[in-house]
Design a protein around this ligand. Structure first.
Ligand code: HEM
Ligand code: HEM
Length: 188
């Protein structure tokens, strides 16, 4: 029988290699649906919805909520090793889907404008997503055996990059949201 990877504490480790690219398919389906919604709104308005308008805000808020879920739910599930609400592998898949769809909605929110801190926040978002995809690529190639220690070390190093980038991203996003709401929305 093929053995399932087990972490040092005896728990099953996430196995993203299984059902390999399924999460990418889910993400793609959601992205197509979101694009259709956005295209309908744009054609009705006769232009790209502005970031500060109803549709633009909607996409920015929904995308940000998905990104927040990406950054928290999988970690929470990992902390609760005795939890019954879904396997860590399933939550990692969820992480990858919301980690792609959320940033895509936020990209639509920008309406193609990337000035100032908001632009920097978008750039950080793209970098985090790119590093996520890189991590997944490394991760699916980490069989749990002693001779792969260099690869496992590389993955630990990758964690050291991905996490601070996430914090920087949400710090910038918080400032952007507070400033945008204050200047572009409430001061009108
Ligand atoms: C990670 C999440 C987000 C990113 C990366 C992001 C990024 C951006 C970008 C690049 C712009 C265009 C700036 C320009 O005009 O060049 C923008 C505009 C704007 N964003 Fe966001 N945004 C995010 C979330 C949000 C959220 C959650 C809200 C509201 C609750 C929001 C409110 C606004 C508003 C009101 C504007 C228009 C600003 C103006 O017209 O001066 N954003 N955002
Ligand atoms: C908004 C975008 C994203 C944010 C904020 C984000 C954030 C994070 C955070 C905070 C962790 C650490 C979880 C932990 O160990 O407790 C993590 C891990 C990870 N992320 Fe992301 N991520 C994003 C997008 C993605 C994407 C698009 C992918 C791949 C398609 C991805 C793949 C991974 C992988 C493979 C791990 C490591 C899982 C593990 O070591 O257990 N992430 N991410």
């Amino acid at each position: 029988m093929a053995s399932r990877p087990v972490e040092a504490d005896g728990r099953d480790a996430p196995v993203p290699g299984r059902g390999h690219a399924r999460e990418l398919l889910y993400a793609l389906a959601a992205i197509v649906a979101v694009t259709a919604l956005y295209a309908a709104a744009a054609s009705q308005a006769g232009r790209l919805p502005a970031a500060s308008g109803l549709v633009g805000h909607g996409f920015g808020i929904a995308g940000s909520v998905l990104m927040l879920m990406t950054a928290t739910l999988y970690s929470l599930r990992k902390l609760r090793s005795d939890a019954r609400w879904g396997s860590t592998a399933a939550w990692l898949k969820f992480h990858m889907v919301t980690g792609l769809v959320g940033p895509y909605m936020v990209l639509l929110h920008t309406a193609g404008r990337f000035h100032g801190l908001a632009g920097l926040t978008m750039l950080l978002t793209v970098v985090v997503v790119a590093s996520g995809l890189t991590g997944r690529y490394l991760y699916t190639r980490v069989p749990r055996s002693p001779e792969t220690m260099p690869r496992r070390r590389a993955f630990a190093l990758w964690h050291l990059v991905h996490l601070p980038l996430t914090w920087a991203l949400f710090a910038a996003a918080t400032v952007h949201v507070v400033a945008a709401l204050y200047y572009a929305t409430l001061q009108r």
